[in-house]
Structure formats: structure tokens, C-alpha cells
Design a protein around this ligand. Structure first.
Ligand code: AMP
Length: 368
């Protein structure tokens, strides 16, 4: 069976690495060369909006999926006329537009920060009057890893934020004074079976994920089931198949939805070494109509992203609990180059191992 993947970044790489033992073969549509999937399957070089390339890519694949969130929805829909595409293009369409995402949260009763759409400078003032300060101005589309965002702390910040982001469809949302950021990775199979990984805690710097702790500490059964309920509501609305990640803010006892990723997600990378079945394998099982694997954890995992610069192999592997995953990407400031999973049945031991690996990171490592 050939699985077609739109996108050939690290997520495509890890899908192929998880699917190969199941006897699957992979084909990628990826415009850039070299790419992290080189050597892991057939790579069709082409732009995502080149419908000829999309057709060549689709020929003979059993099912198609995407690992890159900004694949044009039109390409995903064109593909869907030839081959089954999961998650459904409607999920991609929602996730590409923060406004559609917020509207979905609202329609499903999923709590989120207050928000207003902003399309003009006067519109920003009107939105500020309703949302209040502090607030975050975000582009509606093509924002990721904190790009395309400005925090407004006082009224005088509005001009600078507008100068930087104005002229595109925007959204203003209330700044959430959260205690921590959590996410839930969930998966839904073609027959409707669902499975959920435990809530994990994510730490960001400069808008980019640097660390995940899985499972998150001190999560009540009630909190876990609330998060699962939100994911399930999104699944039902979208007719979803595959892995989805829902990013959340925890403020006191409230859980506010931030955004949805209709794909395997960085905050699920810990599952490669800390769960019975990893998110990549479960995504493939789901889209192929196979039974899902157990999402149970095998210990506590701390996942450290390797950003911008790599430590030596020796330094990381000197830590016996370390599992190293490199993406075969050239170092560039802030770029995601790999990650390390530190797994131990004892949470303190996992944290101590993470401390040692963190200390071995080169000084220039970290967000740009
Ligand atoms: P996003 O691209 O929406 O995931 O935002 C990137 C990061 O910026 C989040 O993980 C948070 O750390 C921070 N952030 C985004 N929106 C808000 C908000 N409304 N309030 C506080 N922090 C936010």
C-alpha cells in the first residue's frame, strides 16, 4: 500500500518511519530539495498548487494525507476527487483560518478567549473596546509558531501592531493569563473509534514549542475528560479521520481552546518513546481503516526540541534515557532540527535526564 503525504518535512519523515514496519510505502509531494523525507519514499517535486503535480502524486496511492498545514485547500479538494483524503479537507480549511476555528469553538460550546475579527484600523479600536487589554492581534491565516502576532498591553500599542500586521484579515483576542499550556492529541478511525493521549504540558519560548512533558502533572480525570470532550466535538463536526491536536490554555480550573492542528503535532512527539503506540502510527492506522493502537503511556516523557543548533550525538546519547530524533535539516537560527525524548517510569528521573541534556545544548540553541 502506498500512502501519499502532502508535504515532506519532519512530520512526513516521522510518518514514514512509523509506517514502514507496517509494510507501508510512502510518496510525498514536496517542493523543496533536499527535504527530510529524502530516502524514505518516492518524492514528487512540485508546488502544492500545481494540480498536474498533485495528479501525478495521487496516481496509485491508497490514501492521501497531509503533514503541512498550509497546503492549499483547493489542492486537497482536487485530490479528494481521485483518492480518499484524511483528515477531510474541511478540517484543513477550518484550521487555516483562525476565525473559522473560533467560530467552530463557539458553535460547539468550547470555551476560548474573547475575540473579534479586525479588518481595518478603526476595526482594531472597536475590537479593543470590546475585548479589552491586554490582547493579542493575530493574522487570520498563515500564522504559526507565534509568527504574525503582536501583543498589545496599552492603547498606544495599537499603532505599532497595526503597522506590522495591518492590511490582512486579522483577529484580536483577549490575552489569557494562563498557568500553563496544555494540549491533547486525539485520533479517530474511519469506523468512528476514538482514542486520546493524555493531556501534556507544553512550554513555549518566543511563540515556539521548546518542551513537552507527558503526561502533564496534576491532571484530574475530570480535566482529561473535558479535553477529550472538546476534541470529540470537533471530530463529530468535521467528520474527522486521523490524528488531531488541540492546544489549550489552563487558567485556574478553566480550559480555553487556542488552536487546532489537523495533523500529527509537535506536542505528540513524546509518544514515539513514551506511549504504546505513537501518534504517527495511529494516524496511519486511522486513515487506512485499521484498528487503533493503545495510547497508554509507558512512563513520564520529557520532550526537548532541538532548535537552531545541534548538540553532539555523543552528548545526547551519553544519557541512557535519551531517544534522539533528527530531521536531516540544515541548521538555521530557530529552526526545528530534531528532538530528544527522555523517558523514565520515575518522573523525577525523566526530569533529571532532561536537565542534563538541556545543559549539553549548544549556547546558540533555542528559538530565533
Ligand atoms: P498560537 O500561534 O496561537 O499557537 O500562539 C503561539 C503562542 O503564543 C501560544 O502557544 C501562547 O504561548 C501565546 N499566545 C497565543 N495566544 C495567546 C493569548 N490569547 N493569550 C496569551 N498567550 C497567547
Amino acid at each position: 500500500l502506498i500512502v501519499g503525504v502532502l508535504g515532506g518535512g519532519q512530520l512526513g519523515r516521522m510518518l514514514a518511519l512509523a509506517g514502514t514496519p507496517l509494510g507501508l510505502r510512502f510518496r510525498f509531494l514536496e517542493p523543496r530539495a533536499p527535504s527530510p523525507v529524502d530516502g524514505l519514499g518516492e518524492v514528487v517535486r512540485g508546488a502544492y498548487d500545481d494540480l498536474d503535480a498533485v495528479r501525478r502524486f495521487a496516481d496509485g496511492v491508497a490514501v492521501a494525507t497531509y503533514e503541512f498545514e498550509n497546503v492549499p485547500v483547493a489542492s486537497a479538494r482536487a485530490l479528494a476527487s481521485d483518492v480518499a483524503v484524511f483528515p477531510p479537507p474541511a478540517a484543513l480549511e477550518m484550521a487555516q483560518d483562525r476565525r473559522r476555528e473560533k467560530e467552530a469553538f463557539q458553535a460547539l460550546g468550547i470555551p476560548a478567549a474573547p475575540w473579534r475579527a479586525v479588518d481595518s484600523r478603526e476595526g482594531l479600536d472597536a475590537a479593543l473596546a470590546e475585548v479589552g487589554l491586554p490582547a493579542v492581534l493575530k493574522t487570520r491565516r498563515l500564522g504559526y509558531d507565534g509568527k504574525g502576532q503582536a501583543v498589545l498591553r496599552e492603547p498606544a500599542d495599537a499603532d505599532a501592531a497595526w503597522a506590522r500586521l495591518g492590511g490582512r484579515p486579522l483577529l484580536l483576542e483577549g490575552f489569557v493569563d494562563f498557568q500553563r499550556e496544555l494540549s491533547i492529541v486525539a485520533v479517530r478511525a474511519r469506523d468512528g473509534a476514538e482514542a486520546f493521549y493524555p493531556l501534556v504540558e507544553n512550554r513555549h519560548r518566543g511563540g515556539i514549542l521548546v518542551e513537552t512533558e507527558a503526561p502533564a502533572a496534576a491532571v484530574s480525570a475530570e480535566l482529561q475528560s473535558r479535553a477529550e470532550g472538546y476534541a470529540r466535538a470537533l471530530f463529530d463536526r468535521l467528520g474527522y479521520v486521523g490524528v488531531m491536536a488541540l492546544e489549550l490554555f489552563q487558567a485556574g480550573d478553566t480550559l480555553l481552546a487556542n488552536e487546532v492542528a489537523p495533523r500529527v503535532h509537535n506536542s505528540g512527539h513524546w509518544s514515539q518513546d513514551g506511549a504504546v503506540t505513537c501518534q504517527f502510527e495511529n494516524h496511519l492506522r486511522a486513515i487506512l481503516g485499521l484498528p487503533l493502537g493503545s495510547t497508554a503511556v509507558t512512563g513520564t516523557t520529557v520532550m526537548l526540541n532541538l532548535l537552531g543548533a545541534l548538540p553532539s550525538l555523543d552528548a545526547v546519547l551519553a544519557e541512557p534515557a535519551a531517544h534522539l530524533h533528527l530531521y536531516d535539516k540544515a541548521p538555521r537560527p530557530g529552526r526545528k532540527l530534531g528532538h530528544v525524548n527522555l523517558v523514565d517510569h520515575d518522573p523525577d528521573a525523566a526530569h533529571a535526564a532532561a536537565d542534563r541534556v538541556r545543559a549539553a545544548l549548544p549556547p546558540e540553541a533555542g528559538p530565533a
